[in-house]
Design a protein around this ligand. Structure first.
Ligand code: OAA
Ligand code: MG
Length: 215
């Protein structure tokens, strides 16, 4: 398991996306961005489903002690932009636990402190109003969504400067081997271009325009 994550981490997220296009698997999370540049976050999903608070006065972060080290916490707050499900105090706690990062289909607050702590967070944005009393966590480790992307517990989350992708665990090896072959092809094109071969010719030689196409 560690090995496959390490292999993915060597690749650019773009070639992973191309490999998933080739296999017809949707995992690119449109509209989700890193809070800061420079993160290369990878880990397996620990999911939390949030709904608006009703009779049960909600809070944020009560599941934290159950998250295994190395996980990426995935918070599905149904895309809400008007209240948080994450902030600096939770970040301080998970940093000590060795959690790999957090993905929020929604927003977080205490952004400067979270960035200072160098903890990878990917979200729809930021806003200061708390989710306490506004949301309730209804389930952990159930399938959730990040927009139109399904995330199952244990799926691989990979996030970089280019955004976030969800790699279904059961397809992890198949996607990896195609992504590695695309990366090798791109490297061959890069070497041609560095030698002075025109880009058009180098791309044609290695069939660049079809690397991501369904075969
Ligand atoms: O209420 C929240 O969003 C959580 C929060 O500020 C923190 O963990 O510091
Ligand atoms: Mg706070």
């Amino acid at each position: 398991m560690e090995q496959i994550l390490a292999e993915y981490k060597k690749l650019s997220i773009g070639v992973i996306s191309d490999a998933m296009d080739r296999l017809g698997i949707h995992g690119a999370c449109f509209g989700i961005s890193p809070l800061a540049q420079g993160y290369r976050m990878i880990g397996r999903a620990f999911t939390v489903k949030y709904l608006p608070a009703a009779s049960n006065r909600g809070t944020v972060g009560d599941y934290i002690d159950d998250v295994p080290a190395g996980s990426v916490i995935v918070l599905d707050n149904e895309g809400r932009l008007d209240c948080t499900v994450w902030g600096e105090l939770i970040t301080t706690a998970v940093k000590r636990m060795g959690i790999a990062g957090t993905v929020i289909y929604g927003v977080c607050r205490d952004v400067s402190s979270c960035i200072d702590l160098k903890y990878p967070i990917f979200s729809r944005g930021k806003f200061m109003r708390t989710g306490k009393d506004r949301v309730q966590a209804t389930d952990v480790n159930v399938p959730v969504s990040i927009g139109d992307v399904l995330v199952k517990p244990g799926d691989i989350l990979f996030g970089t400067d280019d955004g976030l992708i969800v790699i279904p665990w059961e397809k992890g090896e198949a996607i990896l081997s195609i992504a590695q072959s695309i990366a090798e092809t791109e490297e061959a094109i890069r070497q041609e271009v560095l030698k002075g071969t025109p880009l058009k010719q180098a791309r044609e030689k290695y069939d660049y325009h079809r690397l991501q196409s369904k075969q």
